[in-house]
Design a binder for this molecule. Structure first.
Ligand code: FAD
Length: 509
């Protein structure tokens, strides 16, 4: 087994990992980054690339306290409010070497992404968003689904490259090493089929993302019995297990961002086409019914990739079954032509898929069922025909009245009256998780007594402060600013070069 010694070891090359590496390097540390996947970027590169910014700290702090369900110390949400105010300057600075265009928008300037996607809680007006709009000469990564997340990751990764920070790809961190006092002193990584030891003078930053691809962790921590991941297959919750084995407390393990979507045979699941943001006036073609043929939810809530999965997890006390897993998305032929029902997201070219604009390809593939009458459709998908007909008739009355008892925004409501009718099997989908090790505002991992574990930090959505509802853009801001903080803090724990005269652990490979 070969060995190496660095000041700071970072695991993960998403936004949090890159920001941690940059922060540690700029604080004077010798940094090594390891990444489990063959390509950098994680979920951060395939996401929509919106970062939450704020122009007023007090307002942001109030909104964040509510967004976190008051489950976390005010010190942490206040720190996040500071970060949201600082973010625009940091983003401009990071983007400068590539001449990338950064936009920062507040109030009326936010256009399609104004605060409609936020909850109407105190402080909302303090918030806006930022993003890397474009980079001269960069057309995006060709292995990831198209999105603005590419630009943010290109900016961050370029900053890692220009600092010549050593990065080992296809190299998972598999074990943390500690001394007899419980201090983390390094880690074991797997590289080219061999285990290598990396000793750390300052510490290890775990930025390994979420656990959406760990069926064990999902089953252990979520109330909903069946939920399907999209996205980045390498996010298997390694950081959760590693931190727990080092004595960490965990938090927010139950909280995820999730919606409803589809499981085409032989493919990675795909979410419904509504993105993270939503404005009332865009029509949504479909309604959703359960296995009894009954409609049960607002299909287009304010943050459509956050809470909708929760509606699908209802346990019928009469039967002990979950009659909304799966359920059915129903639309008519006018709705079919309104636009794609599903949207794929991938970080591996093998998973690439482009949903057809009129859903015709997916009908031909048999993913979407089609029938001339609602009765025939009900028979095809196995729900009671009279219940489905009643649900559609009620829906059409709600559309005519301009009022939906389930709270659908009026502008999204369209009638279902143009045959043929369509149905696609619909499942709870997890976009990304929030749980992981509990940490303080320096991103130091805490044990169950609230004491920092020496030598161990976390960043990004591994142990996110969000433990209640989605703050669109909050994850990326937390990843960038929290990563910087973790990296700096870990670098600060390393002895300065002059103190290393008696350090005999360097480069013994
Ligand atoms: C479709 C979609 C759209 C989204 N849009 C937004 C948005 O607009 N704004 C927003 O704020 N959030 C958004 N999110 C959420 C956001 O993408 C994530 O919260 C964020 O990218 C997490 O960053 P991260 O660095 O913590 O994790 P990641 O970017 O996932 O990086 C984690 C990395 O760690 C690696 N890794 C895992 N295990 C190990 C190991 N053992 N050793 C070494 N490396 C390991 C992984 O391969 C991965 O590269 C979106 C998510 C999705 C899926």
């Amino acid at each position: 087994m070969s060995e190496r010694t660095v000041d700071v070891l970072v695991a993960g090359t998403g936004a949090a990992g890159c920001a941690s590496a940059i922060g540690a390097h700029d604080a004077g540390a010798d940094v090594l980054v390891v990444e489990k996947a063959p390509r950098h970027g994680g979920l951060s590169a395939m996401c929509s690339g919106f970062l939450r910014a704020a122009h007023d700290r007090a307002g942001a702090a109030a909104y964040l306290a509510a967004t976190s369900g008051r489950r976390v110390d005010r010190e942490l949400t206040d720190t996040m409010a500071d970060w949201m105010v600082e973010l625009p300057d940091v983003l401009h600075e990071l983007a400068a070497p590539l001449d990338a265009e950064v936009s920062v928008r507040f109030g009326d300037d936010q256009g399609a992404h104004e605060t409609a996607d936020l909850y109407a809680w105190p402080g909302r007006d303090a918030l806006g968003w930022a993003g890397v709009e474009s980079i001269p000469g960069f057309d995006g990564y060709d292995w990831i689904s198209p999105s603005k997340g590419h630009n943010l990751m290109r900016v961050l990764h370029h900053q890692v490259e220009r600092r010549e920070i050593d990065t080992w790809m296809s190299t998972p961190l598999v074990e943390l090493l500690g001394d007899r006092n419980g201090r983390i002193t390094g880690a074991v990584v797997e590289r080219d089929g061999r285990r290598e030891t990396v000793h750390t003078r300052g510490g290890v930053v775990l930025a390994t993302g979420g656990f959406e691809w760990s069926s064990r962790l999902l089953a252990d921590h979520l109330e909903i019995p069946d939920i399907t991941p999209i996205g980045h297959r390498y996010n298997t919750g390694d950081g959760v297990d590693l931190a727990q084995r080092a004595g960490a407390a965990t938090w927010h393990m139950w909280h995820l961002h999730g919606s409803y979507g589809f499981r085409p045979p032989g493919r990675v699941a795909m979410r419904n086409h509504l993105g993270g943001t939503r404005r009332d006036e865009r029509p949504v073609a479909w309604i959703i019914v359960d296995q009894y043929g009954r409609r049960f939810m607002n299909e287009a809530p304010p943050a459509p990739q956050d809470t909708p999965y929760r509606d699908l997890g209802w346990l019928d006390p009469e039967t002990g079954e979950f009659p909304r897993i799966p359920c059915w998305t129903i639309f008519d032929d006018a709705g079919r032509r309104l636009g794609p029902v599903g949207r794929a997201a991938w970080s591996d070219p093998a998973d690439a898929y482009h949903w057809s604009a009129d859903n015709a390809t997916e009908i031909d593939a048999g993913w979407i069922h089609r029938a001339d009458t609602l009765d025939e459709l009900a028979a095809t998908i196995g729900v009671p025909g009279d219940a489905l007909a009643d649900s559609v008739a009620r829906w059409n009355r709600h559309v005519a009245d301009g009022h939906d008892p389930h709270g659908r925004p009026t502008g999204t409501m369209v009638p279902l009256d143009t045959p043929p009718y369509h149905a696609i099997e619909t499942w709870p989908i997890v976009t990304n998780t929030q749980g992981g090790p509990r940490h303080d505002h320096h991103q130091r991992v805490l044990d169950p007594t609230g004491t920092p574990i020496d030598g161990l930090w976390c960043a990004g959505e591994l142990g996110s402060i969000f433990g209640h509802v989605y703050l669109l853009g909050g994850n990326l801001t937390e990843a960038v600013m929290g990563g910087r903080t973790a990296g700096r803090s870990a670098a600060g724990a390393a002895p300065r070069p002059a103190d290393r005269r008696h350090d005999h652990t360097q480069e013994v490979a």
